[in-house]
Design a protein around this ligand. Structure first.
Ligand code: HAM
Length: 434
């Protein structure tokens, strides 16, 4: 019989690797709390039009990578609706901001999320169809300071701190300003015109992009095309003075905070909602998919989906790529190998016979309630098998026979020292916790 496998581009995360995922998530939550961010959880699927209107109809994500289906009406009162598995989380956060009128508080909203996203991309190392993001957004009415360049610098400084606390070294922050949405649209046309002459000498993808979405030509990685791309007009020349001043204030604050960055005028990003500051953190250890995270400002996004003026800035870290980086970074392997075997539990309880199973469950319950991690054996096992099983997963084995149950004195073996002791049940917690 054929077996059912995980769908292409999706994968299972198993222990002990999930330990590393949990450690990363816990560190992110700790850092976000220090910067006064709160958690938001939005649905995994949304109305398709949300993504078409925010990420943009013409982008690769919306035009070919979304998992979309027609959700049938189940009752007369319902309408059929086109739904989509979220390809990213910024659109959902801004929808929630509008829906719950979060702007009416007059405060900046600082929200973070951790969750799966879905894109039908060609799977390869670091690129999956279900992948995970850790992201954050700072959004609010202009009166709350949401447009301030200080917000951009603070978000970038937080990212540098987070990567540092995770033990990730050797990243590069690439930074650019794409100006207002009008600047961006104007630049798109400037590029389109410039490409008419040179596109025929470029790769097939670029020839197509030159017509459908000229900005994407800047993402081309084909070596022969690079000298041609270098001669194309730069977005920096299409950016208005206000955006230039804003960007200068961002870089000045980053300089003051000692956050290193590299200016990259080709960094226009693949989502339509970006305005002004855009950025990516790249890492050499990742190979072709070298963007560890990406983000930027989206000052007009709320209005584009029917909300009030609510400028914002945010980012999303590719959690799968963060894990890959930590697993492959040599230095990290030396400091604290992320792929260590699962930690051992405090004790394995071995009931001597099936009639003692229920009593063993009670003892395990007591010890676990006291905060110890316990593995519960099975009375159908012979003692030798219990010892072997216990030695693999636990630091101690606790033997529970009829005598032990009656006398309240348990036999405990410590695998590290090889010593066997008689321990009163009342002292078991402190004995095992050592
Ligand atoms: P993005 O650049 O599309 O931006 O994705 C952010 C990060 O998610 C990427 O840098 C990458 O690490 C990871 N990523 C994207 N696609 C995949 C994939 N197929 N497999 C594995 N990892 C992937 C956004 O999603 C924006 N919402 C970020 C943002 C937040 N901008 C403002 N606020």
């Amino acid at each position: 019989m054929t077996t059912v496998k995980a769908v292409r581009g999706t994968r299972d995360l198993l222990p002990p690797e999930t330990e590393l995922w949990n450690r990363i998530e816990a560190t992110a939550r700790k850092v976000f709390a220090r910067y006064n961010f709160g958690e938001i959880r939005t649905p995994v699927f949304e109305d398709t039009s949300l993504f078409a209107r925010s990420v943009g109809e013409e982008t690769d994500i919306v035009s070919k990578e979304m998992y979309t289906w027609e959700d049938r009406a189940r009752a007369q009162s319902e309408k059929a609706q086109s739904l989509t598995l979220r390809p990213e989380n910024t659109a959902g956060v801004v929808r929630a901001y509008i829906e719950h009128k979060l702007g009416e508080s007059g405060q900046l909203q600082k929200l973070y999320y951790i969750g799966p996203q879905f894109r039908r991309e060609r799977p390869q190392k670091g690129r999956y169809r279900q992948f995970w993001q850790i992201g954050a957004e700072v959004i609010g009415p202009p009166s709350a300071g949401s447009e301030s360049p200080l917000r951009d610098a603070e978000v970038l400084e937080m990212l540098a701190t987070l990567l540092d606390e995770l033990g990730i070294q050797g990243w590069t922050l690439e930074l650019n300003s794409v100006g207002s949405s009008a600047d961006r649209a104007r630049y798109n046309e400037v590029l389109r015109t410039a490409l008419i002459e040179v596109a025929p000498k470029m790769c097939g993808d670029c020839q197509r992009r030159a017509v459908t979405n000229p900005l994407r030509v800047l993402d081309c990685k084909v070596p022969e095309d690079q000298p041609i791309i270098d001669t194309l007009p730069k977005i920096t020349d299409s950016v208005d003075q206000e955006s230039k001043d804003h960007f200068a204030a961002v870089t000045e604050a980053l300089d003051a905070a000692g956050v290193l960055y590299k200016l990259n005028s080709r960094l226009v990003r693949g989502l339509d909602y970006y305005t002004r500051t855009t950025f990516e953190f790249t890492h050499g250890g990742l190979g072709a998919q070298n963007a560890l995270l990406g983000g930027g400002r989206y000052d007009g996004l709320s209005e584009a989906i029917g909300g009030p003026k609510a400028p914002g800035i945010g980012f999303a870290i590719g959690l799968d790529r963060l894990v890959l980086t930590l697993q492959t970074t040599e230095l990290n392997q030396k400091a604290a190998p992320p792929q260590v075997a699962a930690p051992k539990v405090a004790a394995y309880i071995a009931p001597l016979g099936e009639s003692l199973n229920a009593a063993a469950l009670v003892l395990a319950h007591e010890l676990r309630r006291a905060g110890l991690s316990i593995e519960l054996g099975d009375g159908s096992f012979r003692l030798k098998k219990s010892f072997e099983a216990a030695d693999k997963v636990a630091r101690h084995i606790v033997i529970l026979g009829e005598d032990e149950l009656q006398s309240g004195i348990l036999t405990v073996k410590d695998f590290a020292t090889g010593t066997q002791s008689k321990v009163p049940r009342t002292e078991l917690v402190s004995f095992l916790a050592q």
